[in-house]
Design a protein around this ligand. Structure first.
Ligand code: SF4
Length: 242
């Protein structure tokens, strides 16, 4: 029987070998999500209602990984974290750190589909690209969509740091980066280093129990990412060593 680690390795190999960066608009791999997507297309034909693409800079050194698009968030606009509790705070934090531009005239609360936000050195991506019912993908859906997380991360030549927003995003990011979960337990502000040199920082999800993440939390995590990028931080233990 194929063990989970071997299966994961096959997924990663496939993702890189086939340059799996963006799923097709009608990706059929998760039947429950594909059916939900069709329902939303009928109910809201003017919404995106498709896998939400990676957003940001192809030369990114930092990738921010969320769980899945919100029904009226990324699923509606087609951009990660739009219209979601904490999404404006996240993009506002990137603006404050000059990791985004062309948006100075607007406040974070006005970030949305009409803006012209450009990320500098950063991409945002969800671990599951299609909106799930009740905002909760299954473990199987997380596994199935993982090549569409591993592929884009592997396609970023300058990638140095990944921030995972919440435990499920953390689990998918660890596996997508080739790590092993028992060696990389989730805890807010925990750091994990991979043999590639990429470092992962855990962060709380953008919203929990309907309450958006505090800006101070995101500021601390982004500030730490900048330190890790500079190479001035003390090394932490590899999470994928055999
Ligand atoms: S969640 Fe990912 S794998 Fe599943 S249908 Fe959407 S794009 Fe395809």
């Amino acid at each position: 029987m194929t063990d989970p680690v071997t299966a994961l390795s096959d997924d990663l190999t496939d993702a890189v070998a086939h340059d799996t960066v963006e799923p097709p608009r009608d990706c059929p791999l998760c039947p429950r999500l594909a059916a939900f997507r069709e329902e939303q297309r009928l109910a809201h034909p003017d919404w995106h209602n498709a896998p939400v693409p990676v957003f940001g800079d192809p030369d990114a050194w930092l990738a921010i990984v969320g769980l899945s698009p919100g029904l009226k968030g990324g699923n509606r606009s087609g951009r990660t974290f739009d219209g979601e509790k904490g999404g404006g705070t996240l993009y506002g934090t990137l603006l404050a750190f000059r990791l985004a531009h062309d948006h100075e005239a607007l406040g974070p609360q006005e970030i949305g589909p009409e803006d012209d936000l450009v990320l500098d050195g950063v991409v945002t991506i969800d671990a599951v690209r299609c909106v799930p019912p009740n905002n909760q993908p299954t473990k199987e859906e997380l596994r199935t969509c993982r090549p569409f997380l591993a592929g884009p991360l592997a396609a970023l030549p300058e990638l140095r740091v990944v921030i995972a927003l919440g435990e499920d995003a953390h689990r998918s990011a660890v596996k997508a980066l080739g790590g092993k979960l028992p060696k990389a337990r989730y805890a807010p502000m925990a750091e994990h280093r991979f043999p590639s040199g990429v470092q992962l920082i855990d962060c709380a999800p953008l919203a929990q129990d309907g309450v958006a993440i505090e800006a101070a939390v995101l500021e601390a995590v982004v500030a730490r990412a900048l330190v890790l990028r500079s190479g001035e931080a003390a090394p932490v233990e590899d999470v994928a060593a055999p």
